[in-house]
Design a protein around this ligand. Structure first.
Ligand SMILES: Cc1cc2nc3c(=O)[nH]c(=O)nc-3n(C[C@H](O)[C@H](O)[C@H](O)COP(=O)(O)OP(=O)(O)OC[C@H]3O[C@@H](n4cnc5c(N)ncnc54)[C@H](O)[C@@H]3O)c2cc1C
Length: 494
């Protein structure tokens, strides 16, 4: 196994997309097998080492940035197996934790299958997407990553390699799990008592539900309970056809009305994605797409899966609905083939690129939200963000997964005074969204940046219950310490 500690070789491991500074590490290990990952952890106490797991650095919460820990880089564990069809009309694909999501998707597609999770950033590693329960636009139809994972192999903090398949380990009626492991011995713990929000996307804190599967505890645990070294993914048959369209609206109220009708399936539509671009997001995009008409108050991007036979009727249903809701149908941008689909996806991907370019010319970072409300409250979330930012006079954009009531608000401060006000507003919005039954993070996770707000979400008791789970697997605190759980809880709450 390679080890590197030269400044040039480790610099990339001290950053992700969060702008969190001052990370440092004594060195980076590059294991090539699950056993090598397990052996690093097995020796961690004797070697006096702590480890932070590094995926591909596209995370937004500083979670992979070490502060004195050694790094376990996952990139050499990138093997992708062969697609194996099952008798229930699905297929399985075994992959290693450092395989690129886009390579996994391509492997599935080449065999005529489909792996639905699609975080916008496809250069992430599959192990990270599992440890973050990543979601994307297609989660409206297919749900988060956890719905597509059948089995996991995990290198646990005391050096055991644990293989678990769905259905093998379920919580008992009181929420307890017990495992007997070769190295750690008996591991027994109770799930946190907190109730998770009723949002369709949720990635904040340990998963906890009556009777739940142990696989679901590791998914979304942000690498705090073990390293996902391998996974068996569930594939579905690839859809015959996908239609996609960008529908424009001259008024925000018409746009919100359209989203409500589309979510309800009016006229027989059945979207797999419903994504918002607000007026200010369109202003950004106009730099690259000058054809965007100035009078547009926003746009909704939608996709639906269909068949060759149904394609025309499907498109008709959408056009009718758009017309009913006030969208100028003749101006819409529709895609009926893979090339057109790619163009619309590029349009969507261009937004964060342009925002990042704008930010690179400013001295302050953006302040952004990743919160969600229960699905039917999507319009309230939009109005909450818009009205608050208008009152403050901020430059901002609102975009993203409106079908799941999960909108990204990016506040773009011009100076430090605005940045401070934006942070204050962020705190107020967190309080409001939590009081409305929302989640602090729908997809990006908590990492190192949002743990103080997780205390607000679950209270001190909830965090203490998370510590209890963490310590059952990691009693000597060797893995991803500093993520999700505020460090002071390890000292004071034992
Ligand atoms: C432009 C842009 C758009 C994005 N859009 C989305 C989106 O739509 N949906 C979404 O969900 N996310 C999105 N993200 C966030 C990000 O892509 C995901 O969180 C992704 O899962 C991070 O993968 P990574 O390989 O880059 O992980 P890293 O950033 O390297 O690490 C992320 C976390 O995963 C842990 N980790 C890594 N590998 C493992 C492993 N094998 N076992 C256990 N823990 C591990 C790390 O310790 C860290 O805590 C976006 C990011 C960007 C920059």
């Amino acid at each position: 196994m390679n080890f590197k500690n030269e400044p040039a070789a480790i610099a990339g491991f001290l950053e992700d997309t969060s702008n969190l500074k001052n990370g440092w590490t004594p060195g980076v290990f590059f294991p090539e097998t699950p056993e090598e990952v397990a052996s690093l952890l097995r020796e961690a106490c004797a070697d006096g080492r702590r480890y932070t797991i590094a995926g591909n650095g596209t995370g937004t919460t500083g979670a992979r940035i070490p502060f004195g820990d050694y790094v376990i880089a996952m990139q050499k564990l990138d093997r992708i197996g062969e697609v194996e069809p099952t008798i229930d009309g699905r297929a399985l694909l075994r992959v290693q934790g450092g395989a690129l999501l886009q390579d996994v998707q391509a492997k599935a597609a080449a065999a005529g299958w489909f792996y639905p999770p699609d975080p916008t950033e496809k250069t992430c590693f599959i192990g990270s997407t599992i440890s973050n329960n990543s979601t994307g636009s297609r989660s409206l139809k297919y749900g988060p990553t956890r719905n597509h994972v059948q089995a996991l192999q995990i290198a646990l903090p005391q050096g055991d390699l644990l293989e678990i398949t769905r259905g093998q380990h379920l919580a008992d009626a009181a929420g307890n799990f017990t495992l007997d492991l070769p190295l750690a011995g008996r591991v027994t713990f109770r799930l946190p008592d907190y109730t998770m929000p009723k949002t369709s996307k949720h990635n904040a804190g340990y998963w906890s539900k009556p009777g739940m599967d142990l696989v679901d505890l590791f998914i979304g645990s942000e690498g705090t309970l073990g390293v996902i070294v391998e996974a068996t993914l569930l594939l579905r048959p690839a859809p015959e056809r996908v239609i996609a369209c960008l529908a424009w609206f001259r008024s925000e109220e018409e746009l919100l009305g359209f989203v409500g009708e589309a979510r309800a399936g009016s006229g027989g539509v059945s979207p797999r994605a419903l994504e918002l671009f607000d007026r200010r997001a369109l202003e950004f995009l106009r730099q690259s797409y000058p054809d965007i008409a100035k009078e547009m108050a926003g746009a909704v991007y939608f996709e639906e899966e269909t068949t060759v036979e149904r394609e025309e009727a499907c498109l008709e249903a959408w056009l009718e609905l758009m017309e009913q809701c006030g969208s100028p149908v003749e101006k819409s941008w529709a895609a009926l083939d893979s090339e057109g689909l790619q163009k619309l996806r590029d349009f969507r991907h261009q937004l964060p690129v342009l925002v990042n370019e704008w930010l690179s010319r400013q001295s302050e970072s953006k302040v952004s939200t990743d919160m969600a409300l229960p699905d039917e409250r999507f319009a309230e979330l939009f109005r909450l963000y818009r009205d608050a930012c208008d009152r403050e006079g901020f430059t901002y954009i609102i975009f993203g997964h409106i079908g799941n009531a999960h909108l990204h608000l990016n506040i773009l401060p011009h100076n430090h005074e605005e940045f401070v006000r934006a942070k204050t507003l962020y705190r107020q919005l967190v309080s409001k969204v939590l009081a409305m039954g929302g989640t602090l993070s729908a997809e990006h996770g908590i990492g190192k940046l949002k743990s103080e707000y997780l205390v607000q979400m679950y209270g001190r008791k909830g965090i203490r219950e998370m510590v209890r789970v963490k310590k059952a697997f990691d009693p000597y605190l060797v893995l991803n310490v500093g993520n999700m759980i505020p460090a002071e809880y390890y000292e004071s709450e034992t």
